[in-house]
Design a protein around this ligand. Sequence first.
Ligand code: THU
Length: 136
Amino acid sequence: MPGPGIDWEALRLAAVAAATHAYCPYSRFPVGVAGITTDGRTYAACNVENAAYGVGLCAECGLVSALHMGGGGQFAGVYCVGADGRALMPCGRCRQLLWENGGGDCLLMTPVGIRAMADVLPQAFGRDDLDRLAGT
Ligand code: THU
């Protein structure tokens, strides 16, 4: 299984800690996520809901913002958890966010083990598509 250089339990604990900050009065579904960059920085975030339900922020939104506030770069590994502290699959939109900020090689802890982003978001749309069709 890939990802031997990543301390997955440390990442899980960071995600569990982040979930304690979740603001989820509407769904009552706290989510925490933690990611480690290719150069070893760890960021974490929680979901933040809104009375206008549709504008609520998934935990991964905060994670990506934290990455950029911390200097940017790419995630090498991401662990998202629910209230039970176990791996939770990022929603489709958030897989797209992780794709942009980690690429296909970024590893994700899933309920069935570690998987590459390329496996959980196959044939992803990305900046390559924009570049390929630029100027046409
Ligand atoms: N949620 C996340 O934070 N990340 C995901 O990838 C899936 C869903 C949040 C959004 C909402 O606040 C709650 O979980 C219930 O959908």
